[in-house]
Design a protein around this ligand. Structure first.
Ligand SMILES: [Zn+2]
Length: 181
């Protein structure tokens, strides 16, 4: 598998571009909105604007005894590469709660969410990834559909050439720089 972490990611279309107005069902059209000084998708009938915004992804780097837990992605995008647990924040939960939930789902580990490591955002990339540190407080390693393998690694064992996303690489670089000595 070829991994090109510095090139635009394969995830380019997680946003379904709407064709019709969610309020009245009429077609949406690219329209210059003078109040906002830019083109928007606007309803041709009722005038409502369909805003497209990035999704929020909550991530967490689980730590225990100087090591961190990484998982091998079991699904696309970036199947077969390594990352820390992360996923879309659901309505009804905080980003921290989402990070803890995703960690449990993808690794089996129970964590206490700690301090913010960083916020990773890229031009023309449809998600903003917010990454926390977390201490492992229980659970046991298990895999799921989304994670085919889970392992603890030392800072010098991070597989830099097999990481999933730009945000994965940047967050782990920040972690290694500040905590990985
Ligand atoms: Zn409409």
């Amino acid at each position: 598998m070829t991994i090109e972490p510095d090139l635009p990611q394969k995830i380019t279309s997680i946003h379904f571009i709407p064709k019709f107005c969610s309020q009245c069902g009429a077609p949406l059209k690219e329209t210059f909105v003078s109040e906002e000084g830019r083109e928007r998708l606007r309803c041709s009938k009722c005038g409502i604007i369909a805003y497209l915004n990035p999704f929020i992804v909550a991530g967490l780097i689980p730590q225990q005894s100087g090591k961190i837990f990484l998982l091998k992605r079991g699904i696309e995008p970036a199947k077969g590469t390594w990352t820390f647990p992360a996923g879309f924040v659901e309505l009804g939960e905080t980003v921290q709660e989402g990070a803890v939930r995703e960690t449990k789902e993808e690794t089996g580990l129970e964590v206490r969410c700690g301090e913010l490591l960083g916020i990773y955002s890229f031009k023309n990339f449809p998600v903003v990834t917010i990454v926390y540190l977390g201490e492992v407080v229980g659970g046991s390693i298990q895999t799921c559909l989304e994670s085919s393998e889970v392992k603890a690694v030392s800072p010098h064992e991070i597989p830099w050439d097999q990481l999933a996303f730009m945000s994965t690489k940047d967050a782990l670089r920040d972690w290694a720089e500040h905590y990985g000595s």
